[in-house]
Design a protein around this ligand. Structure first.
Ligand code: SF4
Length: 471
């Protein structure tokens, strides 16, 4: 049994990890032919991509993915711990699985993802959720097949969670969720240690994938006909810092942009690591999409300092303006936390002023959520929950006003849309414009997922646009 320790997770040793190729123990190939699995994914795109890899690993054992967890032999929760709410959702699901297991004692339940790296979560599962069969951490996800096999054989709770990564594993099998837009990991972990954030502990030390491995994966995706590549990391703008002296995200973006790929996106960006050279590359290559996610978190310098964000609001605005001017039609989205400890009404008003300045095209707004063990938990003067809620409401009213105003400006324009599929609205399809507007549209033609087509915008809403296919 290996349990995570937060003290160990916090340590950084700056070693370059060995890179090894994934290999499945031959005795496990197709060992569980015909058994079924279901993975419930919580959280960000990194987790969504991890689920694609977990599916790839399990399918090598002969397992078949199903959409209905109630009739699955194995259920895995790929968890997120960014906010308490995310943890609560996973615990709620565990409660439902407990009832199913009472009816079907052979059900195998596994937990992976960020919650698996939380020392207190693992202890809680040992104490109160003994029906769970295995817990596997983010650093040894490649070991899933061995641990699943061990838990099926031993019938005990198997816990294999490393506090730190000991190697980087390449060439893991992956079952992608579609055949036109693909995630590609470029950097793992985070060394920023924003004071409210659990990620530097759960995802560990920042380490980049070698550029050769990334470009090889991109080449394969191009060969397979993918139209869009989304480069992923907790902080992609730190790419290369741990590996190279003179190769960073800008260089990588340029190398990817030179490939025959129609759309390139990347997330998430920390403003502190955004360089002018990266902005130059974004303005130079038209297949890098004009949409940047640039989390600000607060409009108050006092709160940014307490959050350990390493920039002030004047620097953020300067960067925002540069990016906005880098490309025609550039859209910028953000993340904002309200109710951080010691946030006064004046600090909050600074956040509202910043929103008036930036007029974001999208914003993910959150109430501050204490994460056990992080430095922000030790700050005094927490903001009462009713004030946090009231601020969130005021903030949402403001950001929504700008979403709608920005969308109104697009009515009558023609947008190039990458088709994602049939919309939930009758007789409509949906997809995303180059600057990442969600567009529902009609067409008289046969439309396939992954097509890139022109859509004339006819109507705007707060979070989406309506249109019709045009020449
Ligand atoms: S940069 Fe992002 S992932 Fe890293 S500590 Fe800050 S908020 Fe967390």
């Amino acid at each position: 049994m290996n349990k995570p320790e937060m003290k160990e997770e916090k340590k950084r040793n700056k070693d370059i990890l060995d890179v090894v190729d994934y290999k499945l123990d031959p005795s496990l190939v197709n060992k569980y032919n015909g058994m079924t699995f279901f993975i419930k994914t919580y959280g960000c795109q990194m987790n969504e991509h991890d689920t694609e890899i977990l599916s790839g690993l399990l399918s090598q054992m002969g397992l078949i993915e199903v959409r209905d967890y109630e009739n699955s032999d194995i259920v895995i929760l790929n968890t997120c711990s960014i906010r308490e709410n995310a943890n609560n959702k996973a615990y709620g699901m565990l409660g439902r699985l407990k009832h199913i297991k009472e009816e079907n004692p052979n059900l195998i339940i596994g937990i992976c993802g960020c919650m698996a790296q939380e020392e207190n979560v693992v202890n809680e599962i040992i104490r109160r959720h003994k029906y769970v069969n295995f817990i596997i951490g983010t650093h040894n996800m490649h070991d899933l097949c061995n641990i699943l096999d061990k838990s099926i054989t031993s019938k005990n709770l198997e816990i294999e969670v490393l506090s730190k990564a000991d190697k980087q594993v390449e060439n893991m099998p992956v079952i992608r969720s579609n055949n036109f837009s693909a995630y590609v990991n470029i950097i793992y972990g985070c060394d920023k240690f924003c004071t409210y954030c659990i990620v530097p502990y759960t995802r560990g030390e920042q380490y980049s994938r070698k550029k050769e491995d990334i470009l090889k994966e991109v080449d394969e995706l191009v060969k397979d006909g993918y139209k869009e590549i989304i480069l992923l990391g907790q902080n992609v703008n730190a790419y290369g810092k741990d590996l190279y002296k003179d190769y960073n995200l800008g260089n990588l973006l340029e190398d990817v942009a030179k490939k025959n790929i129609q759309r390139i996106r990347f997330l998430t960006s920390h403003p502190w690591d955004f360089t002018d050279n990266m902005i130059d590359i974004i303005s130079k290559y038209k297949n890098i999409m004009p949409n940047i996610h640039l989390p600000v978190q607060s409009g108050s310098n006092k709160i940014l300092k307490l959050m350990g964000r390493r920039y002030n609001i004047e620097e953020y605005k300067k960067l925002f303006d540069k990016l906005k001017n880098a490309r025609e039609n550039m859209t910028i989205s953000t993340d904002i936390i309200v109710g951080f400890p010691q946030e006064s009404e004046e600090d909050f008003k600074n956040t509202l002023d910043l929103v008036d300045y930036c007029k974001y095209d999208n914003a993910f707004t959150f109430i501050y959520s204490e994460r056990s063990g992080t430095p922000a938990c030790k700050l005094n003067d927490s903001v009462p929950m009713n004030i946090r809620e009231e601020r969130l409401q005021r903030l949402n009213e403001k950001v929504n006003k700008y979403f709608k105003e920005n969308n109104d400006k697009l009515v009558g324009s023609t947008q190039k849309v990458l088709v994602y599929g049939k919309s939930t609205k009758e007789n409509m399809y949906y997809g995303y414009s180059e600057n990442y507007k969600l567009i529902n549209f009609t067409s008289k033609n046969i439309i396939n997922d992954g097509d890139i087509i022109n859509v004339k915008i006819t109507h705007s809403k707060t979070w989406s646009l309506d249109g019709e296919e045009c020449e």
